[in-house]
Design a protein around this ligand. Structure first.
Ligand code: GRF
Length: 238
């Protein structure tokens, strides 16, 4: 997904503050790029990405954000260096620090766009507003969080879903494959799907060919689902 210079910009009227989106990434950031291209256009109106947070310092997505026009604020927090520099802290403490960075950015919604960590209950409780972090203000309302997953609901939960799905199809174990954007819950990739879409897959093709089709569908549904969730919490004009 490349930057789309022809994207029509819809400027927010002075009385309506734009909807604020935070995006979690770990790598290439092509789904992030789809959101960058769509922000504040008719596909994702009155919306600004206000933070891109990565768990990898050198994620290409961070460069996509910092070189966007206007530049998008970025942050990174990697698990292993965090644990090394805080020997008494745990994985859940790391999640809490990620949640803290999000809460401070005051997003209306959070999108996991290739975020390669499983989130803990402690993290989700902070975004729900049922757990207030020390030193932080209580949330006025829940911050919804969604995730893109390259499989149909319940098919191939967890990592390497594209490869596992493609191989299962080639072996004749499944008849269809697809992608979804779902709400994030404690059970990995088991939250309610907002959008689920089938992706054509052919017997005997290379996985790269299938993957290319799949990513194109991802870039569409990540924008559509983000719009859906923002419309729930901050309809345009509110
Ligand atoms: C996507 O295929 C997404 O479904 C999966 O990780 C990949 C991220 O790709 N969870 P990118 O970083 O957005 O290019």
């Amino acid at each position: 997904m490349e930057e789309d210079p022809s994207a029509v910009s819809v400027s927010a009227s002075a009385s309506v503050s734009p909807r604020r989106l935070a995006v979690l990434i770990s790598g290439e950031g092509t789904n992030l790029q789809a959101l960058i291209n769509a922000q504040n256009t008719p596909s994702l109106p009155y919306t600004h990405i206000i933070l891109v947070l990565s768990n990898r310092k050198h994620a290409r997505g961070l460069t996509r954000a910092s070189t966007a026009n206007p530049p998008i604020p970025t942050a990174h927090l990697a698990l292993q260096p965090f644990l090394k520099s805080h020997p008494t802290k745990t994985r859940e403490d790391y999640d809490e620090e990620v949640a803290r960075l999000l809460v401070r950015a005051k997003p209306d919604a959070v999108v996991c766009a290739g975020w390669m960590h499983i989130v803990s209950s402690r993290f989700l409780d902070v975004l729900k507003g049922v757990r207030v972090l020390e030193g932080e203000e209580p949330l006025g309302r829940e911050i919804p969080i969604i995730n893109i997953h390259p499989a149909l609901f319940g098919q191939f939960d967890g990592a390497h879903a594209i490869e596992r799905g493609f191989e299962a199809f080639q072996r004749g174990e499944v008849e269809e494959l697809g992608v979804m954007v779902h709400r994030v819950v404690r059970e990995v990739d088991r939250g309610e799907p907002l959008i689920e879409r089938r992706v054509e897959v052919r017997k005997g093709e290379e996985m790269g060919e299938y993957e290319e089709r799949l990513h194109k569908v991802e870039w569409e549904i990540i924008v559509e689902a983000t719009r859906m969730v923002l419309d729930e919490v901050r309809p345009v004009g509110s």
